[in-house]
Write a protein that binds this ligand. Structure first.
Ligand SMILES: C[S@@+](CC[C@H](N)C(=O)[O-])C[C@H]1O[C@@H](n2cnc3c(N)ncnc32)[C@H](O)[C@@H]1O
Length: 248
């Protein structure tokens, strides 16, 4: 049985199932955008497109949850970027959740990764010729301190700042920045000014991720990215003088 004491299964707008967490009082994905659509359009497609000319990618998936971002990355890889070797690192606090993922009803497009889900759910690691995927059961804040200049892509997909404050602070993003390569790219569903400020104060440029059919999201990079609209942070700050990033 999927871990149903703490979670309620909910069908989202695009037909894919997500979960509602009783502990955090929040859904794992936007039920309006749809779990699969959100994962693909807010995280995987925009970041993988930027990184398509790299032979090997190191990806930090914050946090594993139901694993949609990791699985959608494998799906994208199979369709468009099978020349790339992918190393995916994903912290997740909830060991029970991971163990119960073999029982979760995933969208059909993930059927071909069933063996990977089973392996991750049981052993927290999966390795083959294309992929190295590891789940770290523990605190993301501690985990990210172990990496320097490592990640090409970061999926920032924690519960909202209201529900999970510690994964959105300026100090948290300082450690994220230091774990990333200088030309790394970060995606998040959050468009909150406090989130964008926390990234901006750590040297990131902020871009709008606008995609047909879903709500706007954010892309961040120390580089200037040609295919995204740059958010004028100086102007935003001057219009919102009281706005502050979250702090530890
Ligand atoms: C919004 S869900 C992630 C959804 C996931 N990306 C997906 O596609 O299914 C947030 C997850 O963060 C986990 N979490 C909360 N605090 C954490 C922490 N400090 N370290 C690691 N994981 C954490 C929760 O258990 C939950 O599974």
């Amino acid at each position: 049985m999927f871990n149903s004491e703490q979670h309620k299964i909910v069908q989202s707008q695009d037909g894919s199932y997500t979960a509602y967490s009783k502990e955090y009082d929040e859904h794992y994905h936007s039920t309006k955008d749809g779990a699969l659509k959100e994962s693909l359009l807010k995280h995987v497609v925009p970041t993988m497109n930027v990184m398509q000319n790299t032979d090997e990618l190191n990806i930090l998936d914050i946090c594993f949850g139901l694993g949609f971002n990791t699985l959608a990355t494998l799906y994208y890889h199979k369709k468009y970027s099978s020349h790339q070797r992918l190393n995916i690192y994903s912290p997740e606090l909830d060991a029970k959740l991971i163990e119960s993922l073999k029982e979760f009803t995933y969208p059909e497009v993930f059927d071909e990764f069933k063996h990977i889900i089973e392996e991750l759910s049981t052993n927290k690691i999966y390795i083959d010729k294309d992929f190295h995927i590891e789940i770290f059961v523990g605190d993301a804040r501690e985990y990210i301190k172990g990496f320097k200049d490592k990640f090409d892509i970061v999926y920032q997909d924690a519960f909202s700042p209201k529900a999970n404050y510690v994964l959105w602070t300026k100090e948290y993003f300082r450690d994220i920045a230091s774990s990333m390569k200088n030309d790394g790219i970060l995606s998040t569903y959050s468009i909150a000014l406090a989130t964008r400020l926390a990234l901006y104060e750590n040297g990131f440029n902020i871009f709008l991720n606008k995609q047909e059919g879903i709500r706007d999201a954010t892309i961040a990079s120390k580089q200037i990215l040609k295919n995204f609209e740059l958010v004028d942070m100086k102007h935003k700050i001057s219009c919102n003088l009281d706005a502050k990033s979250l702090r530890d």
